[in-house]
Design a protein around this ligand. Structure first.
Ligand code: FB9
Length: 498
């Protein structure tokens, strides 16, 4: 017969006691009468209550308990008592007493002085003299009475509280009585048919525990997709459905030429100084720029062409050669459009990119020095602003944003340009959800794209939608060293407006 667990003994004694007396007024005193910890008895009570064998009602008491310091005084006497007992008839120096009493010295001196148990010789404040032969150590007495659970007058409690010698402790007991399913001996419900049961044949009169179909399965240790990657994948599917191809963005380091100059962004544009852009010390400059195309870019910046008067400044090659961390994935769009322009005959294209870009910006709740830019572009003959608005409607409605508004904006590389706003039902406000425009001829024609070919493009971040869709308030909870894994584990799969 299986060895009876201590819990079983406790259960047996409790059920027997209830059977004979019908109630247990306070489980705390019952536990000490059984000589078991209250915690162990609580375990049994919880399980018996679950099967309604006993009915338990909580009794919450707040009792004063001694701090460790007070426990020391209750044992060794109050600091003032320890101090006086340590003073020989001829007195003792403060130094000697401090050495003897340690932390209790200061408290002891004050209290002993207050009780006029000690005094000093005229002009020698260092020699402590004992003023009383014998004395009553009230404090030790009161602390001991408290330890034995005796009731103490409030003014004493307040004094002990003031001396931070006692703290309030909540203790929870249970009053017990028979439950509707009360039995003296609980049949241990079998949870499995074991070979032992089969061999012993006692399975015939065994009672089996009901299956708990609501029981949570073991949490399976599995990988979790970073919310950013979850939204990235969903947005990629939108691009695929709209017939877009991904652009290769595997180069965080870019030259100023492809990141700015090729985009007809003038060399003295504020975004091109180190306040906004991370320039590289090494390799500081690129050595691979397409000469003929570079010449055309230089021309269009310096003196225009293609119907443009350009910027009329002295364009510097070494400025264009400066390496940087790309500030937008539009730098990749530039490379792809230039490459497309070299492919004859021209074929319309739909490209997208989603990858990291870097900006030397002030970081705050929603901004880090890097974020993931999402960019889409369509390159084809006769594209208009209307086409851009249409594509934006499609794209953002797939993101669950149906109501869009467009606000004229400015980008050095697009004209016209529009900021995109969407009314967010959850936030009950118009949210800026991106920027867009038509790439300027000064950008496209030097590349060699045929007259009449226009490029509509737009961009947004990956972090903003992910924060809103997952209800993440601070970007640091989403990206970077402080990401809260539980948030990732607990965050449900985002359902973009799909
Ligand atoms: O993502 C942005 N907002 C946004 C997007 C989606 C969204 O979804 C919610 C589920 C409902 C919520 C918000 N923005 C762009 C708008 C603002 O957040 C803006 O303050 C911050 N912007 C970033 C740049 O900050 C300096 C977001 C980032 C951005 C801005 C512009 C572009 C790309 C990213 C662009 C472009 C462009 C323009 C023309 C041609 C080609 C590219």
């Amino acid at each position: 017969m299986a060895e009876k667990s201590p819990a079983a003994d406790v259960e047996a004694s409790l059920l027997a006691h209830l059977n004979s007396t019908g109630e247990v007024p306070d489980s705390r005193s019952f536990a000490s009468s059984l000589g078991v910890s209250h915690l162990e008895l609580e375990g049994v009570i919880k399980s018996l209550s679950a099967f309604r064998i006993v009915e338990s009602t909580d009794i919450i008491d707040e009792t004063w308990v001694l701090t460790d310091e007070a426990k020391g005084y209750a044992a060794k006497g109050s600091p003032e008592a320890q101090l006086v007992s340590a003073i020989p008839p001829e007195g003792a120096t403060k130094g000697a007493l401090k050495a003897k009493l340690g932390d209790a010295f200061d408290v002891g001196m004050k209290a002993a002085a207050r009780n006029k148990w000690i005094g000093f010789e005229k002009g020698n404040k260092d020699l402590v003299l004992r003023k009383v032969e014998n004395f009553k150590d009230e404090l030790q007495e009161q602390l001991k009475r408290l330890e034995n659970g005796e009731v103490i007058p409030d003014e004493v409690i307040n004094d002990l509280k003031r001396r931070k010698l006692i703290t309030k402790e909540k203790s929870i007991g249970h009053s017990l009585k028979k439950g509707p399913e009360f039995v003296v001996k609980r049949k241990t419900l079998a949870t499995d048919v074991t070979t032992e049961h089969l061999r012993s044949g006692d399975w015939k009169d065994l009672e089996f525990k009901d299956y708990n179909y609501a029981a949570q399965g073991q949490p399976i240790a599995k990988g979790y997709v970073q919310p950013l990657m979850e939204v990235r994948e969903a947005i990629e599917n939108i691009f695929f459905m709209m017939g877009f191809t991904e652009m290769p963005t595997n180069n965080f380091v870019e030259s100023s030429f492809w990141n700015f100059d090729a985009l007809f962004q003038p060399q003295q544009h504020p975004a091109r100084d180190s306040h906004d852009t991370f320039f590289l010390k090494a390799p500081m400059a690129t050595r691979q720029l397409p000469e003929d195309y570079l010449e055309k870019v230089k021309q269009v910046h310096q003196s225009g062409g293609y119907g443009s008067k350009g910027y009329g400044y002295d364009w510097k090659r070494d400025e264009a050669e400066k390496n940087l961390l790309r500030t937008h994935t539009t730098a990749v769009s530039t490379r792809m459009l230039y490459k497309l322009a070299q492919e004859k005959p021209f074929a319309p294209k739909r490209y997208y990119s989603i990858d990291r870009v870097f900006r030397n910006e002030a970081v705050d709740r929603t901004h880090l020095a890097e974020f993931h830019q999402i960019e889409g572009l369509i390159c084809d003959y006769g594209l208009t602003l209307g086409d851009l608005i249409g594509v934006l409607e499609d794209f953002f409605s797939s993101l669950g944003m149906s109501k869009l508004r467009f606000k004229p904006a400015y980008n050095p590389y697009t004209e016209p340009s529009m900021e995109i706003f969407s009314y967010h039902d959850g936030l009950k406000k118009w949210v800026e959800v991106g920027n867009s425009g038509m790439f300027r001829p000064e950008m496209l024609l030097p590349m060699g794209l045929p007259e009449g070919v226009n490029v509509i493009a737009w961009g947004l971040s990956l972090e903003r939608p992910t924060m809103i869709l997952y209800g993440i308030d601070n970007i640091r909870d989403l990206f970077g060293p402080k990401v809260d894994f539980n948030l990732i584990k607990s965050s449900t799969l985002c359902r973009l407006g799909l």
